[in-house]
Ligand binder design. Structure first.
Ligand SMILES: [Zn+2]
Length: 382
């Protein structure tokens, strides 16, 4: 298994990254762009692993088997840092700390690699601090910035980075990955790839976790239940509750997977005690998991709103008779009935209301308040 195997639909990006590794003289700053779920951070991690891979032949690097590859992918390689923020924006102090870290020589590997998830969550002032280090990087340091699109990063940064854009993988590519790697049936994999709209991480959770499927189903059906203001208020409370449950479940699962990967990397059994010298590595994993759990509640809520949007997207497509495939094909009867009872203008207004709620929550409005206001506008209208 190579480090590139879990990046479905990204052949073009992989070719470019392989070449950069094989040539042995990679650019010092990279910008990985792609929509959420396209696998930006996975691609960044795979590239970091290939850069640090211990195989002597550069053209073969990214083997996925050596200690460097395994520990980079598990998130425990000492010279690869992955930085994310649980806040809306990175704090300037966090970035200063990163830059100090970038000055250090790598301890064992050829490079010090710093992956910045969500580089779009940086204010201009913070970006300028980072810019200096990217303009004149220490010879052994490689920055990998991730963002949804090049436009989300200041042009001063963008112009100094080598850019890699990730495509939204096709439904088939995601489904194939789920069958091959996660052992799902073709039918399960196809359903998950479809309703997640090719978001790999979400597709995998939905395919493997019946509770996650149930939560999504409750969310998508909400518009069918909302008739009155009090229905709307109840639906809002339920949506927040479902998202919190989803966030807790997904971060617990990820923490467990990472701890298991680290045990394997260190050659330990599932139940052998952690030796003293390795405790700090497990501790770091735990800290990471806690940080992510805080952020994932926000992300899960946002994801629920996207799920809710797919209902109205499907309704609108039916109303416009576009013939495009429905995301929620399994609710086809309900969607047809809903579409026939209202007009496209009303559907567009509802899609806008959800988009506005997402923006307000992103701007730190209390989630329940923003969602209640939104749910009230989701009552059926002609
Ligand atoms: Zn390797």
């Amino acid at each position: 298994m190579e480090v590139w195997d879990d990046l479905p639909g990204q052949d073009k990006a992989i070719t470019a990254l392989r070449r950069a590794v094989a040539e042995g003289n990679p650019a010092h700053a990279w910008l990985f762009t792609g929509p959420p779920g396209s696998g930006r951070s996975n691609a960044a991690r795979a590239f970091a692993a290939a850069l640090q891979c211990q195989l002597p032949d550069p053209a073969q690097r990214g083997c996925g088997q050596c200690k460097a590859c395994v520990t980079v992918l598990a998130g425990t390689h000492p010279d690869v840092a992955l930085i994310a923020t649980e806040k809306v924006n990175y704090q300037i102090e966090d970035v200063r700390e990163l830059i100090t870290k970038a000055q250090d020589r790598p301890s064992t590997a050829p490079w010090r690699v710093i992956i910045v998830e969500d580089a779009d969550r940086m204010t201009e002032r913070t970006t300028n601090v980072l810019l200096k280090s990217i303009e004149e990087p220490p010879p052994h340091t490689i920055w990998i910035l991730c963002a949804p699109s090049p436009a989300d990063v200041l042009v001063t940064i963008r112009s100094r980075c080598r850019s890699v854009s990730l495509a939204v993988p096709t439904r088939q590519a995601v489904a194939e990955l789920l069958v091959r790697r996660d052992g799902l049936t073709a039918e399960q994999a196809d359903f998950a790839a479809r309703v997640s709209q090719s978001h790999i991480g979400i597709a995998r959770r939905l395919a493997r976790d019946e509770e996650a499927r149930r939560r999504r189903d409750r969310t998508v059906r909400m518009p069918l239940r909302i008739r009155s203001v009090s229905d709307a208020v109840m639906a809002a409370a339920e949506l927040v509750e479902l998202s919190t449950a989803e966030a807790t479940a997904s971060s617990t699962e990820r923490a467990e997977t990472e701890a298991a990967a680290l045990r394997t990397a260190l050659g330990m059994d599932a139940d052998s005690p952690i030796p003293a010298q390795q405790r700090s590595q497990f501790k770091a994993l735990e800290e990471n998991a806690k940080r992510r759990a805080r952020r994932s509640t926000h992300d899960a809520l946002d994801r629920s709103l996207i799920d809710l949007t797919t209902f109205f997207r499907d309704v609108l497509l039916l109303q416009l008779r576009s013939g495009t495939e429905l995301v929620n094909e399994y609710l086809s009867d309900n969607l047809h009935a809903y579409a026939n009872a209202s007009r496209p203008e009303a559907t567009v207004a509802k899609i806008d209301a959800i988009a506005e709620a997402r923006v307000r929550i992103g701007a730190n409005v209390a989630p329940l308040l923003a969602i209640e206001a939104m749910m009230v506008t989701l009552r059926p209208t002609k």
